[in-house]
Design a protein around this ligand. Sequence first.
Ligand SMILES: Cc1cc2nc3c(=O)[nH]c(=O)nc-3n(C[C@H](O)[C@H](O)[C@H](O)COP(=O)(O)OP(=O)(O)OC[C@H]3O[C@@H](n4cnc5c(N)ncnc54)[C@H](O)[C@@H]3O)c2cc1C
Length: 326
Amino acid sequence: MAEDAKTLVRDLIDHHKMPVTFRPGVAHACYSDSEVDHARAYADHLATQYNYTQTEVLDRPGIRRLIGSDRFVGGALDHGAGHIHPLNFAIGLAKAAAAAGARIHEDSEVLTFTPGPKATLKTAQGSITADHVILAGNGYIGGLEPSYPSRVMPINNFIVATEPLGDRARDILSQPVAVADSKFVVNYWRLSDDNRLLFGGGESYGYRFPDILKTVRAPMLKIYPQLADAKITHAWGGTLAITMNRMPALMRPHPNVLAGSACSGHGVALSTLTGKLLAEAIVGDASGFDLLASVPQPRFPGGATLRWPLLVLAMTWYSMRDRLGL
Ligand SMILES: Cc1cc2nc3c(=O)[nH]c(=O)nc-3n(C[C@H](O)[C@H](O)[C@H](O)COP(=O)(O)OP(=O)(O)OC[C@H]3O[C@@H](n4cnc5c(N)ncnc54)[C@H](O)[C@@H]3O)c2cc1C
């Protein structure tokens, strides 16, 4: 299904002639030898169990050639993964949906939702009834559906963009790949088409954002101290949703209400696939939806009430381990 998700993204880009380029290559950068061993074992597992042979394991000189940083001892480069401009992709999907007859109402938050054979959804401006409802509000859905909060947790993540780096960009990444490191609070980065470094990292809980520039610049400079003089021109963040096992949460809380979300940071490809599975389920073929929904989805310890303080405690513990290099 993960392979289907990547193929679907590429096919949609091509079919709808979106102004989006799929750039192949996502590297996994490791800080310790044991993490490199794990990356190698994972690549072997994918090759022997799934016939997926596109992962190249990198030693210290190999990762150094790819990533202009001395921080890493090795890693892996997945030639079958890739990265895209996600906003252009989202706009491309919206245009394709509108051209197919869908009506998209922006700025219309659903405030209440009453299930039933004809479900009712109310916004501040009005209400509609619907034969089928798809709940896809992800980290922003709040308490709209009570079965959600014990399994789906909102979490904020942040990105900064430097000024265009010109020729210096080649010393940051020698190939146009994306990278994620092996930290629990993951750092991830790539170059934009105009050679800015887009660097993501940091996490916060609750809907308040920290000082994004400070939060993300610190890990960026640990990896690339040579960028201390590079101006940061943009900083932004958003709320995504995670599950305990980081698998997407597909649920059917009522017979005619389907929910799909919490792709846990992998939604560019997986939420695209989830959207297709939700649509297929509504028109009568629920096999893909049922398969993904059948993956056990543990509740967060503490359920809806205590999951928040417990998650913050757990995340703080793991981010402390990151800082101590454990
Ligand atoms: C900073 C950051 C970096 C990320 N990096 C990556 C990455 O590198 N790779 C990757 O694959 N993924 C990444 N993600 C995650 C990815 O963005 C999400 O997995 C993906 O957007 C999920 O898509 P979705 O459609 O499920 O939810 P969303 O894109 O969150 O969309 C949910 C929509 O529902 C709407 N909504 C919510 N509640 C209501 C309501 N009550 N009424 C009406 N509308 C409502 C919201 O306004 C929103 O438009 C990142 C996320 C963030 C924030």
